[in-house]
Ligand binder design. Structure first.
Ligand SMILES: Nc1ncnc2c1ncn2[C@@H]1O[C@H](COP(=O)(O)OP(=O)(O)OP(=O)(O)O)[C@@H](O)[C@H]1O
Length: 440
């Protein structure tokens, strides 16, 4: 029996999903040191992964996509228990990996491996690549040295290198070849499951497709299950069966790959798709709404729906008659008021008034009207009408008295959205989505 058969024959698998993730949390804590405790400062949670659930079925590739900082790598590493979760469960072939110890944990570590993004830093430059690929076999004490070396030579061939490159050093290989070495290393113990963390993003575009094709071939050959982490939608489309879209520590949407690209539901998914550069000129010229600004900090995520601060489809209160463009401007105005980021003094001066900053001046109605118009002209691009305009005017009237709190309250009472107050749950249907637009 070959070493590969020996490694394979140790397994019995069940019929359910290979990986089941439920409410997974990984919070990092900052400021949890002695000085902070003496000063009475509690630790601040960085909610890198904040209640994530998904399944990965045997033989499939689940993509995990989202912008940088959304928590993809932390999810991948926590699923492999390379990082300990702070909440939730992960089951591998039915067994909770968090309860594993001893031989069970050892067996899980053999079955679940990772391929890292950067083939340059993940290989030791002083070690011949054959020894690097063999390392996991050595650690787990599998077979004789001769058998282990044979397996490494075989793996080198299977990933598109040649067995006589066993004694070469990483510096003698190109980026694509080094990633092939990283893949051979991950396959050494004949695992069932691989986390592929941005496996092609450090490579030239010309070799990216070769590595993705290799991963597809190996998946078929070895019946592998993949979690593919990428911020690049073209990589996701090339190789994935299903996709989970992640935003700021949460899952926004899960769908089959074709459905996701053809009928995305979540405004974040739509925005991600829109931000992909277009090949066709007609498409390129389209007036598209792309993602603006950065992902907010997981130290202090927005209330309600986490995407709402960048969302083009925030839901206005039912009783407020306002279009989306106007609503977005008013929401921006609200943020400025709540953060006291409007220069009252300067705008008053621009309106021909003075001494307004500390609010101790009583303005007559003409002066108040001039100030209101000046502020609206500065912060709003569109002309409001009806009740929304009256509320905004009233709020600016409070600003003229430097009463930021009343201004914020008036605006909140009129314009507060369900997207601010309630965090939407991932729906339980064929295309799960976490967005109030799809709640009935
Ligand atoms: N060890 C850590 N300590 C504190 N914060 C961390 C730690 N690791 C990650 N984070 C933070 O958690 C958040 C999620 O990071 P993560 O690397 O998982 O995101 P990502 O989606 O994989 O992004 P990228 O593609 O840039 O790696 C980020 O804000 C990051 O700064």
């Amino acid at each position: 029996m070959s070493l590969a058969d020996e490694l394979q024959s140790e397994r019995e698998t069940s019929t359910g999903p290979l990986v089941e993730v439920r409410d997974l949390e990984k919070h990092f804590f900052e400021g949890d040191n002695i000085l902070d405790r003496i000063l009475g400062n509690g630790p601040v949670a960085i909610r890198a992964v904040d209640g994530v659930s998904f399944d990965i079925h045997k033989g499939e590739t689940l993509g995990l996509v989202g912008e940088s900082g959304c928590g993809k790598s932390t999810t991948g590493e926590t699923v492999l228990r390379l990082q300990e979760p702070t909440g939730g469960t992960v089951r591998f072939d039915g067994d909770s990996i968090l309860d594993m110890a001893g031989d069970d944990l050892l067996s899980f570590r053999r079955n679940a491996q990772i391929v890292f993004q950067d083939p340059y830093t993940s290989l030791d430059p002083r070690v011949p690549i054959g020894e690097t690929v063999r390392e996991a076999l050595d650690i787990h004490g599998v077979g004789t040295l001769e058998e282990r070396n044979d397996r490494v030579r075989d793996l080198l061939e299977r990933v598109g290198l040649s067995e006589d490159q066993f004694d070469r050093y990483p510096s003698e290989f190109s980026g694509g070849q080094r990633q092939r070495i990283g893949i051979a290393r991950a396959l050494a113990l004949n695992p069932d499951f691989l986390v592929l963390d941005e496996p092609t993003s450090a490579l030239d575009v010309s070799v990216q497709a070769q590595i993705l094709n290799l991963l597809s071939d190996l998946q078929e050959e070895f019946n592998l299950t993949y979690l593919l982490i990428s911020h690049d939608l073209s990589v996701i489309r090339h190789i994935c069966d299903r996709v989970a879209v992640m935003y700021l520590g949460e899952i926004a949407e899960v769908a089959d790959v074709d459905t996701l690209f053809e009928s995305p539901k979540h405004p974040y998914t739509e925005a991600l798709l829109e931000s992909v550069p277009r090949a066709e000129t007609a498409e390129r010229d389209r007036d598209i709404e792309t993602l603006k600004g950065d992902v907010p900090s997981p130290r202090n995520p927005p209330s309600g729906c986490r995407f709402r601060t960048r969302c083009p489809k925030v839901i206005p209160p039912a009783e407020t008659s306002i279009d989306q463009q106007e609503y977005r401007e008013v929401m921006h105005f609200r943020e400025l008021v709540e953060d006291a980021e409007i220069s009252i003094h300067k705008l008053a001066e621009d309106a021909g008034l003075s001494g307004l900053e500390d609010g101790d001046q009583n303005l007559n109605s003409r002066e108040t009207a001039a100030f209101v118009e000046e502020v609206k002209g500065d912060v709003l691009d569109t002309d409001l009408t009806g009740p929304p305009e009256r509320v905004v005017d009233e709020a600016i009237g409070h600003l003229a008295e430097a009463d930021w709190e009343s201004a914020a309250t008036v605006l909140r009472d009129e314009f507060e959205s369900i997207c601010e107050t309630d965090n939407p749950e991932l729906s339980d249907d064929s295309q799960p989505v976490a967005c109030h637009l799809y709640e009935t």
